[in-house]
Design a binder for this molecule. Structure first.
Ligand code: SF4
Ligand code: SF4
Length: 416
């Protein structure tokens, strides 16, 4: 029996639906149908109608378990070098200049394609700047046809190579933190010189040649959240189409004592207010706002937080090791032994056969949470750093998710 009158301001999960009270009204969000209902009083007729609309059914997609031999994506971490010296670099790029070899890239791609992925998708990423390993990128993109290629770059890349990537139809995402005074402070070149002009010019060139709107990935600190309007205005002038915002984390280079003195993440309240501002801006300007933690808002499932942890994405580092976290690139990360799950051999095989039971699901703290199908307990690496336990959620992230989801549900209702 569904006791609707017991629903309070703290959201709860009823079947697939998230339900909560806001003043005199109740909101219900069906995760199966992506529908929102606002109810002002309960009676049998209303309940019957909601039930017929599938509001209280169980979640449709209960679990995604791909496993390494059925992974949909491959990610190659092409090397450790970088032209930049970003103050918060999550992978501590530049610790070495080791690169992935052509032979290793061939081997990894060959093993991945042997698993017959329905739509082969390979991300060219790195523990540094992937375009530094241009010879491997050129080799694999020319050799393997019918693959969707995705590349994330700092934007400090030669114009000639950028044009080559565009010609080859490689999807590119740029990292850019905002107008010059922000970008040059947070993301200087290795030699200390500013990076802003180079990145801006490359984004303009990309826009002109592709005719598409660029995607930027922006890291937000406690200082830059206060400048979110200025950052978004700047992106508007650059004609950016998608802004992917992420909050700074004290990982990699940002975990050092010196970095912690000058770089802090925004508080949960600041982050929520900033995200809402960005959503308003996006709605008004017809732009897309992306927040990694909300990736699964429209694809709720009982699964792990990210592709590498769930086995949907195989991540191979520059030395042929498999890692279940793209932030944990090699042995320079203190948690390498936790996330390193094997090495490329004749077959794709993980050493940790218990990967599933250890990582598939969120932990106990999340079992009764209304957000569990969207949030999935958060990033394992960040949980480990913040709480010392993969399954124990980082409280700042947890608070953000619990606050933003009801806000999004009410926004969906307001926009119908
Ligand atoms: S954040 Fe990216 S661009 Fe900056 S130093 Fe690290 S790998 Fe290089
Ligand atoms: S991390 Fe927090 S919001 Fe996310 S599922 Fe766990 S308890 Fe819920």
């Amino acid at each position: 029996m569904i006791k609707m009158d017991e629903i309070g301001e703290i959201p709860q999960l009823i079947g697939n639906s998230i339900a909560f009270r806001d003043g005199d009204s109740f909101f219900l969000y069906s995760q199966n149908n992506k529908k929102v209902a606002k109810v002002s009083s309960w009676n049998k007729e209303v309940l019957d109608q909601l039930q017929k609309g599938g509001f209280f059914d169980a979640l449709a997609n209960q679990i995604t378990q791909c496993g390494i031999n059925k992974a949909s994506n491959l990610m190659l971490l092409l090397g450790r070098d970088c032209y930049m010296a970003c103050k918060y670099c999550s992978v501590n790029a530049g610790v070495s200049n080791k690169n992935m070899s052509v032979e290793l890239a061939d081997k990894a791609i060959g093993l991945y394609l042997d698993t017959s992925p329905a739509h082969p998708r390979i991300t060219l990423f790195s523990g540094g700047e992937p375009t530094i390993n241009a010879s491997v990128i050129k080799h694999v993109v020319d050799k393997y046809k019918g693959v969707s290629w995705i590349l994330t770059t700092s934007g400090v890349v030669s114009r000639l190579f950028l044009e080559w990537l565009i010609e080859k139809n490689v999807t590119i995402g740029f990292s850019l933190d905002g107008p010059p005074h922000i970008q040059n402070f947070l993301r200087p070149l290795r030699n200390g010189m500013p990076s802003s002009k180079i990145v801006e010019n490359n984004i303009r060139a990309w826009r002109k040649k592709t005719g598409k709107h660029a995607t930027v990935r922006t890291t937000i600190t406690s200082d830059t959240i206060l400048l979110i309007d200025e950052i978004l205005d700047y992106f508007d002038k650059l004609d950016i189409g998608t802004v992917h915002l992420e909050m700074l984390s004290h990982i990699g280079r940002a975990a050092s004592t010196d970095a912690k003195l000058i770089l802090q993440p925004p508080t949960s309240q600041e982050w929520i207010a900033g995200v809402v501002k960005a959503l308003n801006w996006g709605e008004k300007r017809g732009k897309r706002i992306k927040i990694g933690a909300l990736n699964y808002f429209f694809n709720p499932q009982l699964s792990s937080y990210c592709g590498p942890m769930g086995g949907q994405t195989i991540v191979v580092n520059h030395e042929g090791f498999l890692t279940s976290c793209s932030e944990v690139v090699d042995e320079t990360n203190g948690y390498w032994s936790v996330f390193m799950i094997g090495k490329i051999n004749q077959v794709l095989k993980i050493n940790k056969e218990d990967l599933g039971s250890q990582y598939w699901k969120y932990g106990k703290a999340c079992e009764n949470c209304f957000a569990k199908y969207i949030c999935r307990g958060g990033c394992a690496h960040k949980n480990l750093i913040k709480t010392g336990n993969i399954s124990e959620p980082d409280q700042q992230y947890c608070q953000f998710m619990k606050s933003i989801i009801p806000i999004l549900i009410m926004r969906i209702f307001a926009n119908k």
